[in-house]
Design a protein around this ligand. Sequence first.
Ligand SMILES: *[C@@H]1O[C@H](CO)[C@@H](O)[C@H](O)[C@H]1NC(C)=O
Ligand SMILES: *[C@@H]1O[C@H](CO)[C@@H](O)[C@H](O)[C@H]1NC(C)=O
Ligand SMILES: *[C@@H]1O[C@H](CO)[C@@H](O)[C@H](O)[C@H]1NC(C)=O
Ligand SMILES: *[C@@H]1O[C@H](CO)[C@@H](O)[C@H](O)[C@H]1NC(C)=O
Ligand SMILES: *[C@@H]1O[C@H](CO)[C@@H](O)[C@H](O)[C@H]1NC(C)=O
Ligand SMILES: *[C@@H]1O[C@H](CO)[C@@H](O)[C@H](O)[C@H]1NC(C)=O
Length: 543
Amino acid sequence: MCTIKETFSRLWLIFLIQYANATRPHIVFILADDLGWNDVSFHGSSQILTPNIDALAYSGLILNNYYVTPLCTPSRSALMTGKHPIHTGMQHRVLYGAEPRGLPLNETILPQYLKELGYATHIVGKWHLGSYKMEYTPTFRGFDSHLGFWTGHHDYNDHTAMETGMWGLDMRRNTDVAWDLHGEYSTDIFSRESEKIIANHNKSNPLFLYIAHAAVHSANPYNPLPAPDDVVAKFQNISDYNRRRFAGILTKLDESVGRVVQALQTNNMFKDSIIIFSTDNGGPASGFNLNAASNWPLRGVKNTLWEGGLRGAALLWSPLINAKKRVALQRMHITDWLPTLYSAAGGDVKRLVNIDGYDLWTSLSNNEVSPRNEILHNIDDNFGVSAITVGKWKLLNGSTYSGAWDYWYGPSGRKGFYNISTVLTSPAGKALSKIKVAANASMITNLRKSSEVDCASHHELVPCRPLEAPCLFNIDTDPCERTNVADEYPDTLSQLQKRLNEWKETEVPPSNLPIDPKGNPKYWEYTWNNFGDYTTYSVLNAR
Ligand SMILES: *[C@@H]1O[C@H](CO)[C@@H](O)[C@H](O)[C@H]1NC(C)=O
Ligand SMILES: *[C@@H]1O[C@H](CO)[C@@H](O)[C@H](O)[C@H]1NC(C)=O
Ligand SMILES: *[C@@H]1O[C@H](CO)[C@@H](O)[C@H](O)[C@H]1NC(C)=O
Ligand SMILES: *[C@@H]1O[C@H](CO)[C@@H](O)[C@H](O)[C@H]1NC(C)=O
Ligand SMILES: *[C@@H]1O[C@H](CO)[C@@H](O)[C@H](O)[C@H]1NC(C)=O
Ligand SMILES: *[C@@H]1O[C@H](CO)[C@@H](O)[C@H](O)[C@H]1NC(C)=O
């Protein structure tokens, strides 16, 4: 019943959408788990080299003023929604497999927004935003496919996860249990799946590929750091045995980044891509979570509101960036990715309502001032902690673990030899050379030097006792949080306190719920399952 005019304008619209799709960049978001500030070798450590990650960093933007939240679930919720976890109820602790909750279903998430722009959307790896009912899992929330796991961690070889006193398999191919992958190393599975998605992708559409690694999160308590023995054996010079195994896990992660870059290059998609590499939170150092990451010289670890828990190792790479090959000092928060990527994809950011993130695409690309001056780190009344940065000032109040993880942890890794050839000849380095955007050796040396956090100018230690009184730091000159200036600047302290209270007014209560015994994998053939979808279980499934 259309008039000719209507038909014509419809055809025109279809043409416009097709044209726009063809010109939108592919987006590959690689999220490392629990990687510390000092675990990427572009930040100055030569103990464990990460040549593929480094090659992308030097050729793109080293995001040195970038903040994540201190934990897995909150960070992933922020990345997916563009909202601060205090606004979605995800601000306290992580989500457990037998906990009957998830990221609220009324939230629109990143793959859904990108789908509107014509993207094919895939997730590989860890979800950790709810799975007690199928409708919370990735393929019901905007992803075309998922190969990976639902909970917070799993073993890298048998893919079982032990938590809250329960144990079961956690590996899925879309909604099915992937029994067949037993024995294959998780990082290799995710690399291969990513390569497959890239190769099979219909090149007339843009691709959004979210690769959320298990690495370098610790696995189960009885074997916390599973890495291939032959890779671990190359690190005989690391005397700390846990750190040596960590080196194996990290090397596999770096290798995966190289494989993904190479797959993009082989399929002629690399030059039209945006690649992000980011950690989800600060590193668990020195035995925290049975792991051996390093945030040196930053203070604190994962799940603390010190810089070591919050300041994220990250890079942004794309030929679309105008001012590249630099250390980007634009202040950024993990909630900013959603509007930033939506904007880079040509979407109208005005469509994104009630989010907390800022669109940083123009300021990052052109090296202009960031629209973000303030970062609320968290308000967690259950842990009794809160922190906020406004301009150069950071207020920190309270401490998790009664202050047990409030110190500085190594290793610094400054003794080893940084072999620039490994960067230039890595798979990522070679792919960059092919499209003529690799940074040269002298540039690499300069960038690496200027991306290091330097605390040498701060000798004075003015103690901060956050369990007794809030502390104040000048984070620009004192990123290592050595000099508490709360007594010196009481007005600044109270201004930040006021901002924190304003944020607090907007908070929704944490959504955490008690563990539901019904979620125990023993009732579900020893798999972590969507137990909330079933009313009968014990008779049918108990073994
Ligand atoms: C989702 O529902 C919760 C609870 O009713 C509400 O607080 C929140 O604002 C809703 N979010 C959206 C995006 O509608
Ligand atoms: C690829 O996508 C385009 C545009 O959506 C479509 O016209 C074409 O049929 C697709 N090709 C294949 C092989 O599926
Ligand atoms: C610091 O945290 C404690 C415990 O949550 C709270 O009672 C106190 O009001 C906070 N103080 C400031 C200045 O924020
Ligand atoms: C240890 O060996 C690795 C791999 O050969 C090397 O990259 C690193 O620089 C060495 N570390 C030290 C401290 O010598
Ligand atoms: C540096 O790396 C290159 C390429 O991997 C290798 O051939 C060379 O032997 C390394 N040099 C040293 C001193 O380790
Ligand atoms: C390295 O690259 C920079 C920036 O592109 C350039 O100015 C410099 O001349 C190059 N150095 C060498 C040795 O090629």
